[in-house]
Design a protein around this ligand. Structure first.
Ligand code: SAM
Length: 286
């Protein structure tokens, strides 16, 4: 294991603070400091940057971010058992680590940023990873408060994020991610890298916000993608009926064949559908 700082090895930290991994909190810890450093480096340049980390746990990734020069890390952790371990890291890097003890789903980092820009870097708890990502992707205003996201997901979720139209894994997440970001899988991480090892391979994904994505109401886009992919094998003239409006007229307005299926529609096509939907339902104009 690489020596990135003079703090005790993570195994010792976990033992001393009795951080037995809890499944309910999606706890699969990374103890290999080479690997945490590799994830942190994917978010370079770190010098002078502010990082929002979700779920630092015993702090392996947090330590890598700080050792590699992150100016400020705001780390949001729900497990109170981890707070004392994180405080030891904060003491080693005075003034650079802010520990937020609480639920990331209820925390808005903007309350701490005072308009400053940040990057989101995390080995996400798998049980809330998609909810958090959708929340970030539908942030308003856009461009958002973050310049970049470097996130670990289960490989299957990572594939859905980057999937192109026409592929089996193309879905709602691919459309949202493709609409507002450029997303790329950087590398895979084997189950054996975690304690305890999960059942599946994980992947680190980088998402960089587009500065000028096609204008569209995020809620309308979510509604049409949910309807379209909710019954992905059906033709859109059928699946979009769940929206409760004239599906044929909606498709005509968006210039999409009524016999097309959701998996064949590009991001631009879904944006056209969302605009037509927003106009018809008098929700916010795109
Ligand atoms: N970053 C550490 C690492 O890489 O070893 C831990 C990653 S582990 C996959 C996910 C972490 O998220 C755990 O520490 C868990 O306690 C925390 N967590 C789970 N749900 C959370 C929530 N709602 N808000 C904040 N943290 C949460």
């Amino acid at each position: 294991m690489a020596q990135i700082d003079d703090l005790p090895p993570l195994r010792e930290v976990i033992r001393r603070h009795e951080l037995r991994p809890k499944k309910s909190l999606g706890q699969n810890f990374l103890l290999d400091l080479n690997l945490t450093a590799r994830i942190a480096r994917a978010a370079e340049p770190l010098a002078g940057s502010t990082i929002v980390e979700i779920g630092p746990g015993p702090g392996g990734l947090t330590r890598a971010l700080l050792a590699l020069g992150a100016g400020r890390v705001i780390a949001v952790e729900r497990d109170e058992r981890a707070i004392a371990a994180l405080q030891e890291i904060a003491a080693r890097y005075p003034g650079r680590l802010e520990i937020v003890s609480g639920d990331a789903l209820r925390f808005d980092p903007r309350s701490r940023l005072n308009g400053a820009r940040a990057k989101i870097v995390a080995n996400l708890p798998y049980n809330i990873a998609t909810v958090l990502l959708v929340d970030w992707l539908t942030s308003e205003p856009w461009p958002p408060w973050f310049d970049e996201m470097v996130l670990m997901f289960q490989r299957e979720v990572a594939e859905r994020i980057v999937a192109p139209p026409g592929s089996k894994t193309y879905g709602r997440l691919s459309v949202l991610a493709g609409w507002r970001t450029q997303a790329k899988i950087l590398f895979d991480v084997a189950p054996s890298a975690f304690v305890p090892p999960p059942k599946v391979t994980s992947s680190v994904v980088r998402l960089v916000p587009r500065q000028a994505p096609l204008a569209c109401d995020a809620r309308a886009l979510q509604r049409v993608t949910e309807a379209g992919f909710g019954q992905r094998r059906k033709m859109l003239r059928q699946s979009l009926k769940t929206l409760g409006i004239d599906a044929a007229a909606l498709l005509a307005a968006a210039g999409i064949e009524p016999t097309a299926r959701a998996e064949d529609i590009s991001v631009e096509g879904f944006v056209a559908l969302a605009r037509a939907f927003a106009e018809r339902t008098q929700s916010r104009v795109c």
